[in-house]
Design a protein around this ligand. Structure first.
Ligand code: DGP
Length: 113
């Protein structure tokens, strides 16, 4: 896959408001927040989108576990939050590096636009 700006964020070449990091994942605040809390959880590995995730790899388990822990740390877990993964053009994906949106801190509506 072609490198995206998220690779530069992972390498620290583009600054971000980091909230979590481990060997395989990074989480940082979205530049265009859709709620009081809007954080992106990304794998450090260059994976283009959710369709590229290998079953049994444990990658999504970890991404979701990280998002759940951040929701607790941000104090939004009790009231609820939303995890979103956009895939491709119709899915609204604008950065071709797999990422989970963690959005919360307000009442979210459904269905999405
Ligand atoms: P998506 O549309 O699902 O591909 O989400 C990409 C998100 O990435 C979008 O909500 C805005 C965010 N974003 C794009 N560029 C940057 C950046 O340079 N820094 C940060 N923190 N977020 C970015």
């Amino acid at each position: 896959m072609a490198e995206t700006l998220f690779s530069k964020i992972i390498r620290g070449e583009i600054p971000c408001d980091k909230v979590y990091e481990d060997d395989t994942s990074l989480a940082f605040r979205d530049i265009n927040p859709q709620g009081p809390t809007h954080i992106l959880v990304i794998p450090k590995a260059e994976i283009e989108d959710v369709s590229q995730v290998e079953e049994g790899s444990g990658l999504m388990d970890h991404q979701i576990a990280v998002a759940n822990q951040i929701a607790k740390d941000e104090g939004i877990a009790e009231e609820g939050y939303r995890l979103v993964i956009n895939k491709g053009a119709n899915g609204g994906q604008s950065v071709d590096h797999l990422h989970v949106h963690l959005i919360g801190g307000r009442q979210l509506t459904w269905p999405p636009g």
